[in-house]
Design a protein around this ligand. Structure first.
Ligand code: SAH
Length: 241
């Protein structure tokens, strides 16, 4: 991985607090420091020919050995790859509750398969598209983990109100509005200006259900299967159908 890419990410934004307070610790390692020779090569031509370069097993294995020698306790070795299991909120919660991991960021065409077979415990993908390096994937996971740490977001536990959170039954988030009350002829929803807590909550719940039913019916099905939808929820959903 290229450690320089991480600097701006670790020192800006709300998640900075998680790194400063030590709730999330990040140690950066560069496989190049473990490469032999004047050129410090970490990649080479693929056997069998074809375009691009492949990251060599030897410097990666030496880098990993150095990491393991410094870490207390075992840590799963994660490789970011399009081949991996798609990351989702449940995955982020599991990583967030874990004692950490070694995150490996690929470059070029990828990594010598023998290193993966020998050392990688789990492969994680951000989605069905291809990045040019695993660093952005690692930052995405770290950011999602950092914002789940207590006190990192301004309001305590405000991540509970976000999309996919089990606290709101795994539904998508509702729309948000702020001042002015009217903008270019568009009024903010009167329910949100009513000051009635119950009415506001119902309005937000209905919008969450509506958006989720339209965009991610699978999440409605899951909430229903888990017994998380009440009679008022089902009444709203029946109206949509
Ligand atoms: N040849 C590979 C892509 C290599 S891209 C393939 O076709 O599957 C270079 C590196 O970027 C990968 O080793 C991986 O670490 C990272 N990467 C690319 N796409 C990714 C994704 N969707 N999720 C996570 N990491 C990804």
């Amino acid at each position: 991985m290229n450690p320089e890419l991480f600097a701006p990410f670790l020192t800006s934004g709300v998640t900075r607090r998680a790194y400063e307070s030590g709730q999330v610790e990040v140690h950066l390692w560069n496989p190049r420091d473990f490469a032999e020779g004047n050129y410090k090569r970490v990649d080479d031509r693929p056997f069998g020919g074809g375009p691009g370069m492949v990251m060599m097993a030897v410097p990666l294995a030496q880098c990993l050995a150095a990491i393991k020698a410094q870490r207390q306790g075992p840590a799963p070795v994660v490789l970011f790859s399009p081949v991996g299991d798609r990351l989702d909120h449940a995955g982020v919660e599991r990583w967030s509750a874990s004692q950490g991991a070694v995150l490996i960021c690929g470059r070029y065409e990828g990594i010598d398969q023998r290193f993966i077979d020998r050392h990688v415990d789990v492969q994680v993908s951000l989605g069905d598209f291809v990045l040019s390096g695993g660093e952005i994937a690692a930052m995405a996971l770290l950011d999602a983990v950092a914002r789940l740490q207590p006190g990192v977001l301004g309001d305590d536990d405000s991540s509970q109100f976000d999309s996919f959170n089990p606290a709101l039954d795994g539904l998508l988030d509702c729309p948000h509005y702020t001042r002015p009350e009217e903008w270019e002829g568009l009024k903010a929803p009167p329910e949100l200006l009513s000051g009635h807590h119950k009415q506001i909550e119902r309005w937000r719940r209905d919008r969450r259900l509506e958006i989720t039913a339209r965009r991610r019916p699978d999440l409605i099905e899951r909430a229903r299967a888990q017994g998380r939808l009440g009679p008022a929820d089902e009444a709203l959903l029946a109206k949509l159908a």
